[in-house]
Design a protein around this ligand. Structure first.
Ligand code: CDT
Length: 312
């Protein structure tokens, strides 16, 4: 039986500091309606989809910080999204800031099946940026201040007829992210991102370079693990802070098959044949036959580079 999932990448335009979660969910519902009209099975929304990208703001007050986090999921603002998706028989994935009952803070995404059940949770592992206010930067990126590194690893789930994994934004730049999921047979990786259009420490690096690196990592991750990758932006200028757009759906050959054209709310759609992952997994990237783990020890035994000794 063919295993084709029609996937909608629900790019979202800017969400400003003053925007309410109810207003954001209204926009997510509009994108869900469009996905239903286009026959989608699964809709993927961005990282921190319910709020502005608040880690750009330096905060010290715990109550002010915690106001950006969700204490349960679904909760009152998101319940309409869960209910409508279940009525439509469409699966979901979206990101949000998670505050656990025992006080842990994570940058989280979830996978919801067509029956409206949360079947998967992922907590962002690679947290970019810094923990203290840095006056040298053109703008702040305080993920290391507000989040703890994810404690769940990179699991995958059997759902919607395939093997599905998640990662979040900066995770997409790391080959380990895809490979750990690839080693569990992943067929579809879904992720959201908020990527500033300029580098805060190198302001001559603009959106074109950023989009190039974005596509480069997604296409490499897809090809090297023979998996579909769906990457969805929060885009446009949030209170004067521009984010790249460029949401894409990448096939297991590493080719882009759908790409957003705007910096606004926009649905991109592709039919993702999960059986298209088989050829790569059984030939050039047949891990079991070709990987030489006796040479990969450094990958898990060290973080920074260890340079060879200087000669003479
Ligand atoms: N949200 C997120 O992870 N953004 C990062 C910005 C890196 S610059 C500090 C990204 O990799 O796109």
């Amino acid at each position: 039986m063919p295993r084709v999932l029609r996937i909608g990448g629900a790019q979202m335009g800017p969400i400003h500091k003053a925007d309410s979660r109810q207003g954001v969910v209204r926009r997510m519902l509009d994108l869900l309606d469009e996905a239903k009209a286009k026959g989608c099975d699964l809709v993927v929304y961005p990282e921190l989809a319910l709020t502005t990208f608040f880690p750009r703001w330096y905060m010290t007050d715990a109550a002010e910080i915690d106001a950006w986090f969700e204490r349960e999921m679904p909760n009152a603002p998101t319940r309409p999204l869960f209910e409508q998706a279940r009525r439509y028989g469409i699966g979901l994935s979206f990101g949000y800031a998670e505050l656990t009952p025992d006080g842990h803070h994570y940058n989280t995404s979830i996978l919801v099946d067509r029956e409206g059940r949360i079947v998967g949770k992922y907590r962002k592992v690679h947290l970019p940026g810094h923990a203290e206010h840095d006056p040298q930067r053109a703008f702040q990126h305080l993920e290391k201040r507000y989040f703890e590194p994810g404690d769940l690893g990179f699991p995958v789930w059997r759902t919607m007829g395939g093997i599905v994994g998640m990662c979040i934004c900066n995770d997409r730049r790391w080959p380990e992210t895809y490979r750990v999921m690839g080693l569990q047979g992943v067929e579809l990786v879904v992720l959201g991102y908020n990527t500033p259009s300029v580098n805060s420490q190198k302001t001559d690096e603009g959106p074109q370079k950023r989009l190039f690196h974005h596509r480069l990592t997604l296409q490499a991750g897809a090809y090297q693990n023979s998996t579909w990758v769906v990457a969805v932006a929060k885009a446009g200028s949030e209170d004067g802070h521009p984010l790249i757009a460029g949401s894409v759906i990448v096939n297991p050959d590493g080719e882009i098959v759908a790409e957003a054209q705007s910096e606004s709310d926009e649905l991109i759609v592709a039919d993702c044949d999960l059986d298209a992952t088989i050829f790569g997994k059984e030939t050039i990237f047949d891990f079991k036959r070709h990987r030489r783990i006796e040479h990969y020890g450094r990958i898990t035994s060290q973080t920074g580079a260890v340079l060879p000794p200087k000669g003479g």
